[in-house]
Ligand binder design. Structure first.
Ligand code: NI
Length: 133
């Protein structure tokens, strides 16, 4: 699988975006509010490298407690796959724990994403290459 993006948890989205602009990143589109996870999301790119800024906007956000614990920091690497269900089965059989089932993500055109945790390396995300029709 190829790396799609690195996810950064950030406390203040605008400030983080400005800070990444100084490193050569430019925004891909606008900020998207993901109401199911209670986060604001902005993708940015620098050549072939894509980052995702994720900022909780409510205390009960899916990443609210993580944000309190680690502040602003990278927290997942996302891999792109043609067959998300098959990859989830393969990875859970080899020690990964599914923490979020595959579900459509509004910030990435409705493509399904899933999150898996492995104590040896932390959190990863899978994103399917094409949205399901
Ligand atoms: Ni991500």
């Amino acid at each position: 699988m190829t790396v799609h993006h690195v996810g950064y948890l950030v406390r203040y989205l605008e400030r983080a975006a400005k800070t990444f602009e100084a490193l050569g990143y430019v925004p891909q589109g606008d900020v998207t509010r993901d109401e199911s996870r209670k986060v604001d999301i902005l993708f940015m790119e620098n050549g072939d490298t894509v980052i995702e800024l994720v900022s909780p906007y409510a205390a009960d956000s899916a990443v609210g407690s993580l944000s309190k614990r680690i502040g602003s920091a990278p927290y997942h690497i996302c891999y792109e796959t043609d067959e998300i269900e098959k990859e989830i089965s393969r990875l859970t059989a080899s020690g990964y724990v599914l923490t979020q089932e595959a579900m459509p993500a509004p910030a990435i055109g409705g493509r399904r994403v899933a999150f898996l945790l492995n104590p040896a390396i932390g959190l990863i995300e899978l994103v399917e290459k094409q949205a399901q029709r």
